[in-house]
Design a protein around this ligand. Structure first.
Ligand SMILES: Nc1ncnc2c1ncn2[C@@H]1O[C@H](COP(=O)(O)OP(=O)(O)OP(=O)(O)O)[C@@H](O)[C@H]1O
Length: 368
């Protein structure tokens, strides 16, 4: 085995042949390589990914090792450390500047599982190493507290710089705030328009979120004042549309999607998630029964040319987990866990692509 003088420049040159598959530029140009250390026949460096939930991590690691071996020498022992710094187009935002990405989770129709999807995506992102928060803005059915077994918890208030700040509840590593924490059960529905909008503004302006990679907003179904308040209050990174494969759900999902696309709102669509895509009995996990129809979510995504982020099966354990206050993703054995993890990775990937490619979303100005 020969000895090679490796220096940092050579390593950088070799790594500049590795493309980030989504962002279509090389790792060196993207500034993703750090901490190169060289020794005799060995090199180590860190690749800073755009999200810890990157589904391409192993591919990128392998491509780096391969590049060093083909460009320099196959005798070199390569150690690749992977870390992540979630990207944002919100830097400099005046409201919640420590939050890198605000992601709206919307559905056209009620009951399609939007809150279930929000809860599990949040936990899957957290599991990958991201800092995650949830705002439950679904005034008609604030289900996040129940899903997280947090219905008896009360947010505390901390005075800071002469102002009172709400401290989000922290449950299973996720920071969260919900209209459900502020109102007695059964009374949320009387929170009509202006009050609910005011509450949402407080969840942004008067809540101490600290640093977050992803803040997911569980919106009420359909289109509402809350949607408008959201886009008028903070720049939103993008929206996810949750639908079931049923015709009625898809028709409403169309409307929901079109709303974000309106020129005066203009929030990028990060993708479509098809929930209850097929039924799987726990004892026959390989059997799929398309009881609500098949392929609707994919067709919706195709029609609007937006990414399809994944299918979540209809399984009894997902419903039970929600009712028990421990979302399905917390159980590694659950049939749904993998589906939610894949969808979370696809979402994180789309956020990274959106942040690399599109301009900042602007707050929607109200014309009076
Ligand atoms: N993939 C799934 N498998 C099994 N049950 C599910 C699944 N997704 C959601 N559910 C169940 O369906 C019901 C409705 O889900 P959820 O409350 O998440 O819907 P939603 O769209 O947020 O409703 P809302 O109209 O109140 O906003 C819940 O009981 C939930 O546990």
């Amino acid at each position: 085995m020969g000895e090679f003088t490796i220096n940092k420049e050579k390593v950088l040159q070799a790594l500049s042949t590795v493309q980030e598959p989504d962002l279509k530029k090389d790792l060196v140009t993207l500034g993703m390589i750090r901490d190169i250390e060289v020794g005799v026949n060995q090199v180590s460096f860190t690749v800073v990914l755009t999200t810890p939930a990157c589904p391409l991590k192993e591919l990128i690691r392998r491509s780096c090792v391969e590049a060093i071996h083909t460009q320099l020498s196959s005798d070199i022992d390569v150690k690749v450390n992977l870390t992540a710094d979630v990207t944002s187009t919100r830097s400099g935002a005046s409201v919640i500047p420590g939050v890198k990405n605000v992601i709206a989770i919307a559905s056209g129709k009620g009951g399609v599982g939007k809150s279930t999807v929000t809860a599990n995506l949040a936990l899957a992102l957290h599991r990958s190493g991201a800092k995650v928060g949830i705002i439950d803005a679904d005034i008609y059915g604030p289900s996040i507290p129940v899903m997280f077994g947090a219905e008896d918890l009360q947010p505390t208030i901390t005075p800071k710089d002469g102002k009172n700040y709400i401290n989000p509840i922290r449950q299973y590593g996720i920071k969260m705030i919900s209209i459900g924490f502020l109102t007695p059960p059964d009374s949320a529905v009387v929170w009509r328009g202006p009050m609910a909008s005011q509450a949402l503004k407080q969840f942004f302006g008067d809540t101490d979120w600290g640093e977050l990679d992803y803040l997911l907003i569980d919106l009420p179904p359909g289109t509402s004042d809350i949607h408008l308040t959201l886009v008028q209050t903070v720049p939103v990174t993008g929206a996810v549309i949750v639908t079931t494969p049923q015709k009625v759900a898809l028709a409403d999902a169309n409307k929901g999607l079109a709303m974000f696309r309106q020129p005066q709102i203009n929030v990028p669509i990060l993708g479509v998630i098809e929930n209850m895509a097929y039924f799987t009995p726990a004892e026959l996990p390989d059997n799929k029964y398309y009881i609500f129809g098949q392929g609707g979510g994919v067709k919706l995504a195709e029609r609007y040319q937006v990414p399809f982020l994944g299918q979540i099966p209809l399984v009894q354990s997902i419903r039970e987990a929600g009712d028990e206050g421990r979302p399905a993703v917390m159980n590694t054995e659950s049939v749904g866990t993998e589906a939610f993890r894949d969808a979370a990775e696809a979402l994180a990937q789309q956020v990274a692509i959106r942040n690399a490619g599109l301009e900042k979303t602007k707050v929607v100005e109200m014309r009076v």
